[in-house]
Design a protein around this ligand. Structure first.
Ligand code: ADP
Ligand code: ASP
Ligand code: MG
Length: 411
């Protein structure tokens, strides 16, 4: 018997008809002789709706209560799915993250999985049940309910696949797999058949939200092969796994992200320890700083600009202003209308000229570059948010990623 973990995202369980379709698919897998562990997200936009409700009561709700609140979404989906499976004549049992033995640290809203004690799930499987687990949640060592960050059901699926030694980890979603760009922005994006962990990590970190970043890190660290595919067509999709150098494309994807903001601290003294002081303060507040640019100093002072998730902006600004006042900076400004465009591809390591071609393409499209950062397999540019989609489409075409318009139907 093989063990398969199947994860279904929000759109895939949005309403009774969709839940029934998922139940049928899961039961078909079970009847084909496999053990099945299912991970579900909250239905549709349920998580967003719960967060919105909380913000009607408080601009900054307590993190512990936010986690307790949003985990309710997955509870609803998992029990409804079990009811639907039961109706098809197979027993299923649902488990919250804590029941499933997912132990995390206590960082509410972005908890890390420390350990999975899956005995309860193993017992369910041994009893012939289909086991359904609420995604995105766990329990901290001090027994608080935690969540794993937005999109965290992917991480739950990968962690369970690793802990149970599953033969496959299937991520069912509302697109056919991982594409060379967000198919909602680039209709001619192509479906990738294989993506390496390294490329998928860069994609997930730069806006390719089809997989949560943590889930890809976990998959790479535990060597779990992922199969990302559509819950509408059930056609084979994209494998995310170790890839051999032979298969490396020069450019695999163009990603974009509009969820970051830029902060600039003006005229700080250009001497050792300034950057250390600033970024220590931000780190202590749990702000995830991404790109950093320091200008050439003029008259002994310099400007430092950096990007961070929009959600961290209030905290990040406060910390930056405090440090700025202490260091005698002339001010702190911020800009939420930025976006990042990234080019990802393992082959760029061995092909010179990719950066030049990227900058030329953006220039030809009239897209101004405000910041640049690179890794060995990625180049990112910060641009104006209202220019980002034009930039993505131009790069996608110049780097020969477009398919024939009619080839890939996109939902
Ligand atoms: P789920 O609810 O199933 O977890 P998500 O909304 O988290 O689904 O992720 C799927 C979405 O990711 C797609 O609808 C698509 O718009 C978006 N997306 C962004 N970039 C990509 C990409 N490169 N390939 C596929 N989908 C992408
Ligand atoms: N429901 C959670 C979210 O919307 C987790 C997930 O969908 O993976 O972020
Ligand atoms: Mg998701």
């Amino acid at each position: 018997v093989s063990l398969i973990v199947q994860k279904f995202g929000g759109t895939s369980v949005d309403g009774p008809a969709r839940i029934q379709a998922v139940a049928e698919h899961v039961v078909r897998t079970r009847r084909a002789g496999h053990d099945v562990v299912v991970v579900v997200s909250a239905m549709g936009k349920a998580t967003d709706e719960l967060i919105r409700l909380a913000h009607e009561l408080s601009p900054l709700p307590p993190a512990r209560e936010m986690d307790m609140l949003v985990t309710a979404g997955e509870r609803i989906a998992m029990s409804l799915l079990c009811i639907a499976i039961d109706e098809l004549g197979i027993t299923a049992a649902s488990f919250t993250g804590s029941q499933a033995g997912i132990l995390t640290d206590s960082a509410h809203g972005r908890a890390k999985i420390l350990e999975v004690r899956a005995d309860r799930l193993r017992e369910g499987l041994a009893a012939g049940q289909i086991v359904v687990v609420a995604g995105f949640q766990g329990m901290s060592l001090d027994r608080n309910i935690t969540t794993l960050g937005r999109g965290g059901s992917d991480t739950t699926a990968v962690a369970l696949a690793a802990a149970l030694g599953a033969d496959a980890c299937e991520i069912y979603t509302d697109v056919a797999g991982v594409f060379s760009a967000d198919p909602r922005v680039v209709p001619t994006a192509r479906l990738l058949t294989v993506v390496s962990y390294e490329e998928m990590l860069e994609m997930a970190a730069t806006g390719g939200r089809v997989l949560a970043l943590r889930s890809v890190e976990f998959a790479r660290n535990h060597n779990v092969a992922l199969h990302v595919r559509s819950s509408f067509s059930w056609e084979p999709g994209t494998w995310v796994r170790k890839e051999s150098a032979m298969e490396q494309a020069i450019i695999s994807a163009v990603t974009h992200d509009t969820s970051e903001a830029k902060v600039t601290i003006l005229s700080v003294p250009d001497r050792p320890g300034i950057a250390a002081r600033l970024f220590r303060a931000l780190a202590d507040e749990g702000v995830n700083v991404d790109m950093i640019v320091q200008n050439i100093s003029v008259g002994g002072t310099t400007d430092i600009s950096f990007t961070m998730p929009m959600a961290d902006l209030p905290t990040g600004l406060k910390a930056t202003e405090a440090v700025g006042a202490e260091m005698g900076a002339s001010g702190v400004t911020h800009d939420a209308d930025i976006a990042r465009i990234s080019l990802v591809g393992a082959g760029m390591k061995t092909h010179p000229g990719i950066a030049a071609r990227m900058f030329e393409t953006l220039a030809d499209s009239g897209v101004n570059i405000e910041m640049i950062s690179t890794s060995s397999i990625r180049i990112s540019c910060v641009v104006r948010a209202d220019r980002v989609e034009d930039g993505v489409r131009a790069l996608h075409s110049v780097f020969d990623l477009d398919t024939e318009p009619e080839a890939e139907p996109v939902p």
